[in-house]
Write a protein that binds this ligand. Structure first.
Ligand SMILES: [Zn+2]
Length: 411
């Protein structure tokens, strides 16, 4: 049965390009990005799925008054196996805006193909994952395959602007969708060689610092308190965070937590004024073992020291604060089965890794459901001329097929 399915997948290029062409033409932008959400795209996909009689479709609507339809639909597709235990493939339907159109070589919402590559907004993030999952479903249907594991495909809304009306909504309102022993795989992260399986994330803390001094004429600096000098002293003092939180975890690259000053807002417009207020930002990626409360306590004490030395007042507030979920155990079943499928299918030795930013997997891990992120990507997401490889998409679907069918034989 596996070989039949792999053959169908290998012959699915035309179908894949047709589906990508349709998806690219329906830009699903969230209202934060001045779009109308996922309703039109979800409607198209529901029509596409109606051809597959062995699969059921459930639409979960998160209410959102900011879009005309009033809802942000996520699609839950189930193809039952002999066991209720389910292999979940999870992708998202929304995309990010095009950015500067002059940087695109063709219309981002009209698919362009050049050999193995297809271009358009969303073709990689996350249509590649979405289409590879649907190509597997199509192959199973064409082959009339019976599987041990059930196949679940979740096409979620609202991934690009925070997940609140997508995966977070589903896990909160409909926790019954996922069972504790289901296998959760998220094809929305990947490397070019497909060898990296992501199981952990660092906590993300973005802080805005406001350094308050006293403005005065630059010819008499002693009459004021220079906030730029205070902010500079603070930026250097924050370097201490690297020494206080110096644990290393080889799962991650870089292995340590990072604390990077990034954005700086404009202060005075002219050269001859001592600035009275400076605002800058710090991007922290903290190993999951450290509570962010501890990091913030250390930052406050650094601020207190700089205040005492420089006579400025310093406050900071959160722009983003996400305590990392515990890592999925490297030996959890979805990882070991995926690793086995990759060895067999591609003859490669997978690496289990952690990354610096949040993915949808964190929402599962927070609830004690192990989840792995994996696919084979050129990593052009969010860029102008976003593109993806047709052969990578099919190759990933082949790995999913092995995961679904090989594991069925073992179970
Ligand atoms: Zn994505």
């Amino acid at each position: 049965m596996l070989s039949t399915i792999l053959e169908i997948l290998d012959a699915s290029t035309d179908e894949l390009v047709r589906l990508q062409t349709s998806l690219v033409a329906i830009p699903a932008l969230g209202p934060t990005n001045e779009g109308q959400g996922e309703a039109a795209k979800a409607g198209f996909l529901a029509g596409y799925l109606s051809a597959f009689s062995g699969a059921s479709l459930e639409v979960i609507d998160a209410p959102d008054p900011r879009v005309e339809s009033g809802r942000r639909p996520s699609l839950v597709i189930r193809r039952p196996g002999r066991s209720v235990r389910t292999l979940w493939l999870i992708a998202h339907t929304d995309v990010v805006p095009t950015g500067d159109l002059s940087l695109w070589q063709s219309d981002p919402f009209v698919l362009r193909r050049e050999g193995d590559l297809i271009y358009g907004r969303g073709v990689e993030d996350n249509h590649q994952g979405l289409v590879s999952a649907l190509m597997l479903l199509r192959a199973l249907e064409q082959a009339g395959a019976e599987t041990e594991l059930s196949l679940g495909i979740l096409l979620a809304a609202d991934e690009e602007t925070g997940n609140a009306l997508g995966i977070e909504y589903i896990l909160r309102e409909r926790p019954d969708v996922f069972a504790p022993d289901d296998l959760v795989l998220i094809p929305d992260f990947g490397t070019r060689d497909g060898s990296a399986i992501e199981v952990a994330e660092k906590s993300v803390l973005w802080l805005k610092f406001t350094v308050q001094g006293r403005q005065c004429h630059a010819s008499t600096p002693d009459e004021g308190i220079n906030s730029l000098v205070g902010a500079s002293a603070l930026i250097l003092a924050l370097g201490r965070l690297n020494h206080v939180f110096d644990r290393q975890d080889p799962l991650f690259d870089p292995a340590a937590s990072t604390f990077a000053p990034t954005r700086k807002e404009a202060n005075v417009p002219n050269v001859n004024t001592i600035p009275g207020q400076d605002v800058f930002y710090l991007d922290c990626r903290v190993l999951p073992g450290y509570p962010l409360d501890d990091v913030e306590r250390e930052i406050r004490s650094i601020c207190d020291e700089v205040e005492a030395e420089r006579g400025v007042r310093i406050s900071f507030s959160h722009v983003v604060r996400e305590q990392a979920a515990p890592a999925s155990p490297a030996g959890c079943e979805v990882v070991t089965r995926l690793a086995a499928a990759l060895r067999e299918e591609r003859g490669i030795e997978p690496r289990v890794i952690g990354i610096g930013g949040g993915t949808v997997a964190a929402a599962f891990r927070k609830r004690g459901l192990p989840a792995a992120c994996w696919s084979t990507l050129l990593n052009t997401a969010h860029q102008p001329n976003e593109h993806s490889s047709i052969s990578n998409t099919i190759a990933d679907a082949r790995v999913f097929a092995r995961l679904l069918l090989d594991s069925g034989e073992q179970a």
